[in-house]
Design a protein. Structure first.
Length: 165
């Protein structure tokens, strides 16, 4: 009986670790938007409900990391106009604190990238670019321009917040 105790403890530990790592992969679909106007900053919180209530878009395209897939989400331009309409540049921050800085709003309006929360009908998790992934239509009409490294560098994944100035 005493010989089984270490094996049971080891099994329990392994099960606990697998449950914790699975839960760590799931983060809520939400977005914090910091609108910086002069010396004032106000914070908008978009819950899952808020995000799903916005106009929804689909784009079938490739990314630097994946062949063609169908992405569903909301337009980044819609988030900017809803939360900080006077903004001229956007900084996007990921859960690992990686940032894409100073994306020009005029380019966002022209290219209409989406903040995707699903890929091929599956909700995005941390391990597969989620909860939000900035996706440009690389295979559409302006695809050849958008396939450049300038745009690939902007396709940030695991997005947690935006700062709009």
């Amino acid at each position: 009986m005493l010989e089984r105790a270490p094996k049971v403890a080891l099994a329990f530990t392994l099960i606990s670790l697998s449950i914790s790592s699975a839960q760590a992969d799931v983060v809520p679909l939400e977005l914090y938007v910091y609108c910086v106007e002069g010396h004032r900053t106000h914070v908008e919180f978009l819950s899952e409900h808020d995000i799903l209530a916005m106009p929804q878009y689909s784009v079938a395209t490739s990314t630097p990391w994946k062949s063609k897939s169908e992405y569903n989400g909301i337009r980044l331009a819609d988030v900017v106009s809803k939360t900080c309409p006077k903004g001229s540049s956007v900084t996007i921050t990921a859960y690992d604190d990686y940032e894409i800085k100073d994306i020009d709003v005029s380019g966002i309006l022209r290219d209409q990238p989406i903040l995707a929360y699903s890929m091929d009908g599956q909700r995005l998790l941390l391990r597969n670019f989620g909860p939000l992934f900035l996706v440009y239509d690389r295979d559409g009409g302006e695809g050849s321009r958008i396939k450049t490294s300038q745009y690939s560098a902007k396709e940030i994944r695991q997005i947690k917040s935006l700062s709009i100035r």
